[in-house]
Design a protein around this ligand. Sequence first.
Ligand SMILES: Cc1cc2nc3c(=O)[nH]c(=O)nc-3n(C[C@H](O)[C@H](O)[C@H](O)COP(=O)(O)OP(=O)(O)OC[C@H]3O[C@@H](n4cnc5c(N)ncnc54)[C@H](O)[C@@H]3O)c2cc1C
Length: 413
Amino acid sequence: MSIKKQVDVLVIGAGPSGTVAASIMHQKGLDVQIVEKQRFPRFVIGESLLPRCMEALEEAKFLDAVKAKHFQQKDGAKFVMGDQVCDFNFNQQFTPGWNWTWQVPRSEFDKVLADECEKMGIPLHYETEVTDIKIYDDHSITTVVKDGKEETIRAKFIVDGSGYGRVIPRLFGLDKPSTQAPRRTVFCHMTDPKRSEAVEPNRITVFVHDPKTWIWVIPFSNGNTSVGYVGDPEFFEKFPSEIKEQFRALLNAQPELAMRFDESEMVWPEPRFLQSWSSTTSTFYGKGFVLTGNVTEFLDPVFSSGVTLATVSAQHAAHMVVRELNGEQPDWENDYMKKMMQGVDVFRTYVNGWYDGTLFNIFFAGNRNPEIMAQICSVLAGYVWDDSNPFVKNHEKNIRTLSRYLATQKTTI
Ligand SMILES: Cc1cc2nc3c(=O)[nH]c(=O)nc-3n(C[C@H](O)[C@H](O)[C@H](O)COP(=O)(O)OP(=O)(O)OC[C@H]3O[C@@H](n4cnc5c(N)ncnc54)[C@H](O)[C@@H]3O)c2cc1C
């Protein structure tokens, strides 16, 4: 299919934020086109979803197609520090809403969403990279490169869902340094023959390796499990530099992993690594464009917030674009940027509280108060816009106060 030279909305990127936005705008009658730099299926990290993203997938009409793939159901998240365990079950959460989601190999999950967009009739061009954008009063001109050839697309509006590509922040000089310390991850998909001896697969497990280093274990329905270490870059210098040797040594450094994965094979030719992924931008919108998903702000993976923030921002942005192109003057500052920042800021408190140890006092307290744990569980389920939850509304104050109180008690809350 050849590229349409004129559309209402051009969406950059066919990740979850691009496809959710495209589907909702298409359903509202806009003429939408997606351009995607890579060919799908492609690898991207971010395999543990949160229940709140199901609302966005539902509105985008993706749920049935995703269900048909039989991905591993995720009912909660378990945090383990030594012999202390804190198990959050999403059916014991404060906010009414979804109490389950999925653990997904993203190459397969993202392809389902992209295929659904094409089935709906949204043109999606793979191996088509946005290289330049010029914004005029009532339209934009976007340059894309496909098969080595430059093409231009005229659009009334652009949704930038380019994830780590950060197209508009890069082209328009909007990038800002992140407040998060640079961190590194080394990870691999592993066969998991001892899974049944270990634990149930319907949740992810996060192990505290040391106060600054943690490990994700995300079982998939295909029998493989994603395992990754996250820590300060210096932490990894203590291990062999050759990546396969390094990963084996990392597995052996955590007793639960050493036991569970001693007979496992690496599914990939070798483990992958990433470093310094946190980023932010001075604005989430501008004349003729909106940023969604990772392009807005990505903090840290410890609470699996990325895909949820990506799909929820896409959901909101899509409705705002529809209103704008219908001649309204939506309040982008309050109804989009501040709203999205609220969610990011709640997660920021929890991410910071994880790395400075504040949350350890709460998660690993002796007797946990079920009412408070339900409120925190809702945050970990992605319901970070529910102001009736005290641990959302006054997130910073309540987390810090509770942690200080528990540090003096050491037993109950
Ligand atoms: C170590 C680590 C672990 C993580 N774990 C989790 C997790 O467990 N759960 C979770 O929810 N999130 C996790 N994340 C975050 C997750 O990766 C992202 O939040 C999520 O992928 C964002 O989706 P998106 O649609 O915004 O962008 P993406 O999924 O990155 O999609 C963007 C698309 O845009 C395309 N693109 C880029 N540049 C261009 C261009 N110039 N032209 C055209 N197309 C372009 C890309 O090819 C890509 O396909 C993790 C992140 C890291 C770093």
